[in-house]
Write a protein that binds this ligand. Sequence first.
Ligand code: SF4
Length: 504
Amino acid sequence: MGVAAAVARHKELHLTATLFSPPAEEVFPAPIKSVEVGSPAERAGVRPGDQLLRVNGQAVTDVLAYRHLLSQGKATLEITRPVVLPFFATPQDHHKVKADTQAQTFLFDVEWEDPGLEFEEVLFDGIKKCANKCDFCYVHQMPRGFRKSLYIMDDDYRLSFLYGSFVTLTNLTEGDINRILDENLSPLYVSVHSSNQELRQDMMKWWKLKVKDQQATQIQGMIERLSSIDLYTQIVLVPGRNDGDHFDETLDYLTSRPNVISAAVVPIGLTDHRTNLPDVRTFNKEEARDILKRANVWRKKMLAERGTRFIFPSDELYLLAGEALPSEDEYEGFPMLENGVGMIRDFLNEGLPALPKSLPTPRKVILGTGVLFAESLDLAVEPLRAIEGLDIEVRAIENVTFGKVTTVAGLLTGRCFRSAIQSGEADLLIVPPTTLRYGTELMIDNTSLTELSGVLKMAVKPGGSTLGELARVILDDAQSSGPQFGMSAHAAKENARSNEPFQS
Ligand code: SF4
C-alpha cells in the first residue's frame, strides 16, 4: 500500500520524512525487532533495525512508558535509521553520515492505533541494579565462568511488573514511586524478608550511596504508600536471623495489609562459593518444621478471615521438614510456581498415562535429578517399574559445580551429569527441564543436550513438567528407537533373554 492510500484510510496518520535536529536531553534509542505488515510504522517506511527515539517529543525509557504514551490517544513517533561506520572512517565520513542519518529520521503520527512496532528489549535505558548487599545473595555465591547475565544484580520494578521478578524497592526514586502509582503498575513482587526495619537493614545491608531516596528503604512505609498496588511478597528465611518470632512478626504485619496478596516463604539457598561472605547455614529438619508450624497457624487464620491461605511455604521447606506436601487446592492456582512453591505438587498432579505391559526393546533409563527431590521422584515413578523391559533408576546427582550444599535440580550443570553418570551405562538419560535455559537445550554451564549425549553415549532428553509428561517421554523414546549408541550392558543382557512383542 502506498503512503497516500494509507493516509486516506487512516485520517489521523500523518507521515512526514523530515530533517530533524535532536535536542540536548538524554535519549534511549530503542532498536526495533520487527515491524508489523500493513501497520502505520511500515507505511511510514520504518524497518527492523531502526530505532525509536521519542514519542511526543519525550525520551522513552521502556515499553511500559511507550504503551502509556500511546494509550493517551494521539502520539507522534520519532524513529531514526542508524548507520554503522567502519573503524577506519574519516571525520569527513562521520560528517556525511550525520547528514544522512538526519535525512533518515522519520516522524509519523498515530491516534488510538498500534504503530506496529516490536522492540529488541523491553527496557530502553538498561536494567536498574540493586542497592543492596544481602547476606544471602545468590549472585555473590555464584562460581565464576558462567554467562554474564547470571551475574546481573537486577532490582527493576518494571521487570517485576512485566515478568514477576522480585524487587526490594530500596533503589526507587520519588519519580519511580509516583510512576508506579500513576501508571498503576500492579501487581508487583516484593522481597520483604522482615517487616522489622532494623533487622531488614541488617540482613540486606543497602549501600547508603546507592540508595537514592531514604524513604524507599522503609518497607512498611513503602507497602502503605503503594496501597493501590497489589503486592505478592517473598520472605527469604535465614536460620537464627528472621525465623522464629521474627517470622511471626513479619507475617503479622503482612497479613494486616489489604494490598498484600500473599507471602511466599523460601529458605536461604547456599553454594560452596561463599568466600569473604557472612557465615550462614541452611535449616535443619526441626527448624524447617518450626517454620511450617508457624506458617500453618497464619494460613488457617487467613483462610477463615480472607478466604486465602496467604502464606505459601516453598517445596524445599516441606522436603527439609520431611512433611507431606499440601494438596493441589491448597496452592490456590499455583501463582508462585517460579519461586519453587508448588512445583512438586504440580508435577505429581497429572498422573501417569495408561502404561504398556512391556517394551519392544529393553531400555535402561536414568532419571537424573537434584538430591533434594530424588526420593520423592523415586516413589512417584514406582508404577513404571512394572513395565517389563524398562529398567528405571532415579539418580540423585550431586552438584559438583555449586557444591554439595546445593541440592535443587534446577542448578545442576552438564559437569554434574558427566561426573555422576558413566559413559554408556544406560540407553536414555532424562534431565529436569528446569536445568535448561528457557527455549534452548543449553544448561546453565552452556553444555548442550547434544554434547552431553555425545559424551555419555546415550540419548539425553528433558523430562516433562508433570509426571504424565515424563512417562510419555520415556515411553515415546522406547517405542521410537532402539539404543542409539549401541546398547547399555543392561539392555544388551535383557535383549538376549527376551524378544517378546510389545504389548499395550
Ligand atoms: S537484592 Fe540482595 S539478593 Fe537481590 S541481587 Fe541485590 S544483593 Fe543480591
